[in-house]
Design a protein around this ligand. Structure first.
Ligand SMILES: NC(=O)c1ccc[n+]([C@@H]2O[C@H](COP(=O)([O-])OP(=O)(O)OC[C@H]3O[C@@H](n4cnc5c(N)ncnc54)[C@H](OP(=O)(O)O)[C@@H]3O)[C@@H](O)[C@H]2O)c1
Length: 316
C-alpha cells in the first residue's frame, strides 16, 4: 500500500510513518522542511500545487495531518497561523485528490474532538454528541478552537472528490511515549509533583493510546462503509483528578500538588501555551468505531498509563 501523509513529520505523523513503514508499506511524508528519515519525504508548502501532486495520484490512502501547533499562546498572529495552516493545507490536498487521474480511495483528514461541547453530564459520541458553542461564559480562546475545528472539517467537506471516501478524524489526545508529545508533558507534571487537581478537577479528559490510534486508522482504511466524522477516543474518558491520579500511580509518584485556576493561567502564560488543554471538559467517546466492531486494546486509562510509563522507562 502507498500512504501519503501531508504534515507527517510531527508527533502523530512520525508514529504513523514508523508503523506503516515497519509493516512493509510505502510511506511518503509531505513536509516544508525535508529531512532524512527511513521513509520517503517530498517537499510541499501546504498552500500551492507542485510536483507533490504526483504522489497523491495513484496512492492507496492520504492522511492529512498538517497544521501549525496548537501548543502556543492564541494571540492574533498565532490564531491566523493555526486556522490558515489547517484550512489551506486541507483545501490544497483536496485539489490534489480532485486533479488525480487515479484518485486515492480514501482520505483520512485530521480533525479534533475539541469540536464538542464542554460538558460533564453525558459523553459526546459521534452520533448524538453536542457541538460546542452554546455553553454560557465560553472563554474566547475556547470559542476560537471551536471555530478552527469547524472550518477545518468544512474545508475537507467542501472538496469535490467524488471518487474518494472522506473520513474526519475527531481525535482526542494521542498518547505516545515519544519525547515532545502530550504524554511527555503530562508525565513531566507528575514527575515534578504537580500532577494534582487543577481547577475543580471534575473536567473530563479524553485520550487514546497510540496503539489504538494506529489500529483505528487501519480499521478505517479497510472499512469502506465508514465515512464522515469518527471519534478517535478511548471509551473511558475520566475526570482530570482521576486521570492524573492514575498516571501518578503508574509512574510511582506519591504526591501531586493541586493548582487553582489562576495559578494555572499564570503557569500556562509563562509556558507560552493555553489552559484550555486541561480546563475544558472533553467527555468524548467512540460510537461509530465500536458499532462497526473495532475493539480497543487500551479501553482504560490505568492500563494505558502503565504501558506508556513502561515504554518511557525502557527508553531511559
Ligand atoms: N497530537 C494530538 O494528540 C492530536 C489530537 C487531535 C488532533 N490533532 C491534530 O492532528 C494533527 C497532527 O498532530 P501532531 O501532534 O502530529 O502535530 P505536530 O507535531 O504539530 O505536527 C504537525 C505538522 O504540520 C506541519 N505544519 C505546521 N505548520 C504548517 C503550515 N503552516 N503549513 C503546512 N504544514 C504545517 C508540520 O510539518 P513541517 O514543519 O515538516 O512542514 C508539522 O510536523 C494536527 O493538525 C493536530 O491539530 C492532534
Amino acid at each position: 500500500m502507498k500512504l501519503v501523509i501531508p504534515g507527517g513529520s510531527g508527533q502523530i505523523g512520525t508514529a504513523v510513518s514508523r508503523h506503516f513503514h515497519n509493516a512493509g508499506h510505502q510511506v511518503v511524508v509531505l513536509t516544508r522542511n525535508p529531512r532524512p528519515v527511513p521513509w520517503r519525504v517530498v517537499a510541499w508548502d501546504g498552500i500551492t500545487r507542485g510536483d507533490w501532486f504526483l504522489e497523491i495520484d495513484g496512492a492507496d490512502a492520504v492522511l492529512n495531518l498538517a497544521g501549525h501547533t496548537v501548543n502556543c499562546r492564541y494571540h492574533p498572529a498565532n490564531r491566523r497561523r493555526i486556522l490558515e495552516s489547517r484550512v489551506e493545507s486541507t483545501r490544497i490536498v483536496g485539489e490534489a485528490i480532485a486533479a488525480a487521474r487515479n484518485p486515492p480511495p480514501v482520505w483520512l483528514q485530521a480533525a479534533t474532538a475539541t469540536l464538542y461541547a464542554h460538558r460533564y453530564d453525558a459523553p459526546n459520541d459521534d452520533v448524538t454528541g453536542i457541538p460546542g458553542g452554546q455553553e454560557p461564559d465560553l472563554p474566547d480562546t475556547w470559542r476560537f478552537s471551536l471555530d478552527v475545528a469547524r472550518a477545518w472539517e468544512q474545508a475537507c467537506l467542501d472538496a469535490r472528490t467524488p471518487h474518494t471516501r472522506k473520513v474526519l478524524l475527531r481525535s482526542a489526545m494521542v498518547m505516545t511515549p515519544d519525547v515532545g508529545g502530550v504524554f511527555a508533558t503530562l508525565l513531566r507534571l507528575v514527575r515534578f509533583g504537580l500532577g494534582g487537581q487543577v481547577g475543580d478537577g471534575r473536567q473530563f479528559v479524553s485520550w487514546i493510546h497510540e496503539a489504538d490510534f494506529l489500529a483505528a486508522l487501519e480499521f478505517l482504511m479497510s472499512h469502506p462503509e465508514l465515512s464522515g466524522p469518527i471519534n478517535l477516543a478511548a471509551p473511558g474518558p475520566l475526570p482530570y483528578t482521576d486521570f492524573m491520579g492514575a498516571l501518578r500511580r503508574a509512574w510511582g509518584m506519591p504526591i501531586g500538588l493541586p493548582a487553582t485556576r489562576w495559578m494555572l493561567e499564570i503557569g500556562t502564560f509563562l509556558l507560552r501555551t493555553e489552559s484550555e488543554l486541561v480546563l475544558k471538559s472533553r467527555r468524548v467517546v467512540p460510537r461509530r468505531l465500536t458499532d462497526a466492531g473495532f475493539q480497543f486494546q487500551f479501553p482504560d486509562w490505568s492500563a494505558a498509563a502503565t504501558d506508556l510509563c513502561q515504554s518511557v522507562r525502557r527508553r531511559g
